[in-house]
Unconditional design. Structure first.
Ligand code: ADP
Length: 654
């Protein structure tokens, strides 16, 4: 740098920044080394005497001169942001302080400037500005997008303040409540809308109650609402209403989204109507089946009962054989009616099976008792294997269990001609209060072909020799069993081999309580065919039908019972002044209701524990529970057969 500089000029020149002073015409009178360097010159003399228009930043000279003149004009220190583009294309951002240069008399003779390169900071700022721009742009796009989405939604979107004043909604909502644009609704209250559309008090109260619930609980709700639109049509909506919150999370109103479900509701209503119709048609069908089976059963049992009586009194073997044929055919027909009735009941839906404490071992024994003779006659033995470690006192539905195992046992006897039938009980699983038992009924009978095994639980399915007429049956038994087993939350499986035998395994859960036991009932000596019992059962038969009276008395007497007859309510009340072991009570008496009579008897201390079996000619689905609720121990369909009476006596009084 030049040596003839003053000390001050030397100091100024050395300052690490752009310092310069120009005269009134913008001609450089001096500058710092940094300024010389910036200009691309090597010494001060190459800059001094030149204007900005002649130096490396000539392209930005206009801007610099303008700022210089402003300082000269105002006579004040001013700060400028100056962007200088150099000849080499580089762009530098300067923050320039420019002050008037005065002579000793105070006259302005030019400007003195100092400029700091702020390119780095400016770039950052620019980037920041850019970022802000991008964010704002994105925000705007998002807003436009959301507005578009909300506007075009086919459903109704709206948001209200706490006072029920609309803050906004989508076009669909605005249109349906009679406004051209969504903006037109802003500021209107739901009461304004209600007035405009003639909503009923109930409608508005319902809508407001839902809004208040959302605001009070702060929870989103889903509710059905109805409202009338501008076109006068009332529509039903499924509305989702959520709290509208400010930035601090305070609830400031509600946000609602309503789906029009009017058409859906119509379809639902129609379906409900159709379902009801189908249900009542099904009920009518069941009633019809119940009535018809009752009408068939009554004379049929009279025939059976009479045949049984005659057989017991028959002297000639041919008479016995003929009577056997009547009894067998009658029983098959009776079984068929029972199965059809049972199946029709089960088809109406799962039965409620109340649980009671049962003795499973003796229940199985009782079932075997009446069929053992038939089996023995065919040369077949029936074995019950109930290991001692398995609990016997369990909770289940005795009636359901009886229906399952009577059927399985009946099939086993029917399809077995030699060998044996066994009932084996084992534990599949056990916990503290529940035990899952596998009860297997196994026979050495004709077996079932593998390709038929998958079908034998289907209704009316009968495997090969059965449908060829070799065996009687309806093909409903196993279908019924399967439904009952499922009602008890169990399952049933079959394994079989043609010519070897079949195995039906019922897996059933039972609740049990180690301490729950059933008190043994007093034992009676029952003589089945002879009236020589040392202690006779005293039985009261309440029955008004003469024919039924006749053979029921004969049958009971043949079983060794002492029978007293009562055919009216009055006679019954008279007779029950003394104790009976068993009362068979017809529930349809000429002078009153047998069920009410049972209730009466239960109130008499003498009869609180007497075994009362209701007799009914009806076989409707509800009848058993009616009898049990009235206080009967069980019920029998009337007129009860020899077998039914015997099973009943064995079960309750053994
Ligand atoms: P059915 O009244 O015909 O016995 P089920 O529903 O009880 O009706 O049985 C359906 C069919 O399954 C029977 O017809 C028979 O072919 C077959 N079946 C059932 N149990 C046995 C069995 N223990 N041994 C051989 N076949 C059986």
């Amino acid at each position: 740098m030049e040596s003839n500089r003053t000390d001050l000029e030397s100091i100024l020149a050395a300052i690490p920044g752009e310092i310069y002073w120009k005269d009134m015409n913008g001609v450089y009178q001096g500058c710092s080394d940094a300024q010389i360097k910036l200009s691309g010159c090597s010494k001060a003399s190459e800059v001094i005497g030149k204007t900005d228009y002649e130096l490396a930043w000539k392209n930005s000279a206009d801007q610099l001169r303008r700022n210089d003149l402003l300082v000269i004009k105002t006579g004040k220190l001013m700060t400028f942001e100056e962007i200088v583009t150099l000849d080499n294309g580089a762009q530098i951002f300067f923050l320039s302080n420019k002050a008037p240069w005065r002579d000793t008399s105070g006259n302005i003779i030019g400007i003195i400037g100092s400029s700091i390169d702020i390119s780095a900071q400016t770039q950052k700022q620019l980037a920041l500005v850019e970022q802000v721009h991008v964010a704002e742009h994105q925000k705007r796009i998002t807003e436009i997008f959301l507005k578009n989405v909300i506007s075009n939604l086919p459903d109704h979107v709206f948001w209200e303040d706490k006072e029920g004043r609309f803050l906004g909604c989508n076009d669909q909502q605005a249109k349906n409540i009679g406004f051209e644009k969504a903006e037109d609704i802003v500021g209107k209250t739901i009461w304004d809308i209600a007035k405009k559309l003639d909503w009923t008090d109930e409608m508005i109260q319902n809508l407001r109650a839902n809004d208040l619930e959302v605001m009070n609980t702060g929870k989103t709700i889903s509710v059905e609402e109805s409202a009338m639109w501008a076109n006068g049509v009332t529509r039903t909506f499924l509305s989702k209403k959520a709290p509208l919150r400010d930035d601090h999370g305070n609830c400031i109103g509600i946000l609602g989204l309503s789906f029009d479900i009017t058409e859906l509701k119509k379809i639902e209503l129609e379906l409900r109507r159709e379902k009801k119709q189908a249900e009542s048609a099904n009920l009518a069908k069941s009633d019809f089946i119940a009535n018809i089976s009752h009408d068939i059963r009554t004379p049929l049992h009279a025939i059976l009962g009479t045949a049984e009586l005659l057989k017991l009194k028959a002297h000639l073997p041919e008479q016995s054989e003929l009577l056997d044929a009547i009894i067998q055919s009658g029983e098959t027909l009776s079984k068929l009616i029972e199965n059809v009735l049972d199946f029709s009941k089960l088809e109406q839906g799962p039965e409620h099976l109340p649980e009671e404490l049962i003795d499973l071992e003796s229940l199985l024994n009782t079932l075997v008792l009446p069929v053992r003779k038939t089996a023995n006659q065919k040369g077949i033995d029936i074995i019950i294997d109930y290991p001692r470690h398995i609990p016997r006192h369990l909770f289940s539905n005795a009636d359901a269990l009886r229906r399952i195992f009577i059927n399985l046992l009946g099939n086993a006897i029917k399809f077995t001609h030699e060998g044996s039938i066994s009932i084996h009980v084992s534990i599949a699983n056990a916990s503290e209060n529940t035990v899952i038992l596998e009860i297997t009924v196994k026979d050495t009978g004709i077996g079932i072909a593998q390709n038929e095994l998958n079908h034998i639980f289907d209704r009316f399915y009968r495997a090969n020799p059965s449908y060829q007429g070799k065996y009687q049956g309806s093909g409903l038994g196993l279908a019924i069993i399967k439904k009952i087993v499922e009602n008890l939350k169990g399952s049933i499986q079959v394994e079989s081999c043609l010519g070897v035998g079949s195995k039906f395994v019922c897996t059933l859960p039972f609740k049990f309580n180690r301490h729950a036991t059933i008190n043994p009932t007093p034992k009676y000596d029952l003589m089945l065919h002879r009236n020589t019992s040392p202690k006779k059962l005293s039985v009261l038969l309440v029955e008004d039908a003469t024919l039924t009276q006749k053979f029921s008395i004969s049958l009971l007497e043949m079983m060794g019972c002492n029978v007293q007859l009562a055919s009216t309510v009055i006679e019954t009340l008279q007779a029950t002044k003394k104790q009976f072991d068993l009362i068979f009570m017809d529930i349809g008496l000429p002078d009153g209701d047998g069920l009410a009579l049972i209730q009466e008897l239960r109130k008499i201390p003498l009869h609180t524990n007497t075994t009362i079996i209701a007799l009914t000619a009806h076989a409707g689905a509800e009848i058993k529970s009616h009898c049990i609720n009235a206080g009967a121990n069980d019920f029998l369909t009337k007129p009860a057969s020899y077998k039914a009476l015997l099973t009943c006596i064995n079960q309750y009084l053994k």
